[in-house]
Write a protein that binds this ligand. Sequence first.
Ligand code: AMP
Ligand code: MG
Length: 486
Amino acid sequence: MKHHHHYLTLNPALYHRQDAMPLDNPRLMHFNHALHETLSDSPVDKVDWRRVIGADNAAFPNEFQPLAMVYAGHQFGQWAGQLGDGRGLLLTQVFDKQGKLQDLHLKGAGKTPFSRFGDGRAMIDSTVREYLGSHALSMLGVPSSNALGCVVSDTPIMRQQMVRAAALLRVSDCHVRLGHFEWLAVYHPELFGEFSYQMMAAYYPKIDRYDIDEFLRQVCKNTAKLIAKWQLVGFSHGVMNTDNLNITGTTLDFGPFGMMERFNPSWINNHSDHHGRYTYQNQPTIGHWNLQRWLACFELLSVKDSVMADCLDAYKTTLHDSYDEGICQKIGLPKDSTSLSLAYEFVGLLKTYELDYTNSFRALAALLDDGCAHEQALLATLNDELRHQEHGWERWQDWLARHQAHMRHTTSTQESVQKIRQTNPVYILRNAMAERAIQGALDDDFSEMARLFELLSRPFDVQSIAVKDDTTPTHRHDMTPVSCMS
Ligand code: AMP
Ligand code: MG
């Protein structure tokens, strides 16, 4: 691995150097060999990753210089003041094989000066969810942190009862959050300019080094592209505080996230989100709100109000354009006004009749190619559900006829079916799947986790290791919000 701990070159006010707090008897729950290969030239390196993820400082290579970052943020719409890495440490930064800088961040590594009332640890439940969730998103082509591996240990931690601590080695292209800038603006405004230019050079090297306006615009656009992808794939982050969004537009900080199953855009998947601030349907607006908070900090660099307004406009336009392009692809059509109406109508059908978001899109492939038994079964289920809904069948048949007609005018069946299969996964991480992996892990049985990891590695391909539950939506009445306890 080629180390380049860039963060250590920044002003020491921005971090706290410290050791990790070792876990007792760490056992690997899973290791991501494919991700490891993207980081290291040799398939087996000398690092004992089980011990590293178990926060054993003695196993850390010399290049590791762990540090906790400080940042601030707005949480649930309120200024929360100083936050920071309360249970995670940036161990090092490395160049991956493509020459891109990647952070190795150990989550659950023990207390830091920013732990406030927390114990610096992570539960098995949230660790398994982040491990599988970040892998699933990455494999779906959504920019996301990922994880090299995770462990369970015998270290006891107190939640509602005593449970065992776990840890995860997160890999992400960036841990610099919108909240980093908010922290500097409030607590160290004299360092704000230097930090901003350093971040611009590190993460946006193609931008002219004095063009701060362009930096702001690019961050807004990348955030927009990310949120458009979340919307398209049906991902609900659940806790979009400004400290949980980074400046490269990569999904970070998996907490009470959820994938859309039966399509309900106002579904609250975060148990602590009492007013539904972070529902799926609110994500585009919340992204805008967060960026507004972030942009306001740049008054310190005399960025004009008109530039900030431009950046927010660029956010809106980019989000709409990316979403519209993607939603047309999902129904197998090139983007034009008719395709867009058809796509929005289809999403409307899913919402009205609470149909499964993922399966219903994928079922469209069966209309054009009857060669895949799995897709035929999805279509049969969709037909069946709509037949029993008021006006469901008529609306569906009418939509189908117009979809067919427009397809014939604009593209070939082959191209259309290919688009549908490339953009609509067969497998997503449904809540019940994550729960099964967690139940196994709590009993020291990691086989379900391994199976799901495999399945989600190729989410667009029908696979023989799948079981029926992997593609069965949770029943409306069984949907429960995910607890924030982690
Ligand atoms: P999150 O909502 O998970 O992004 O966390 C918000 C803040 O709480 C961050 O500063 C975390 O580092 C901190 N935090 C969360 N859980 C713990 C914990 N168990 N111990 C210490 N700090 C924590
Ligand atoms: Mg966070």
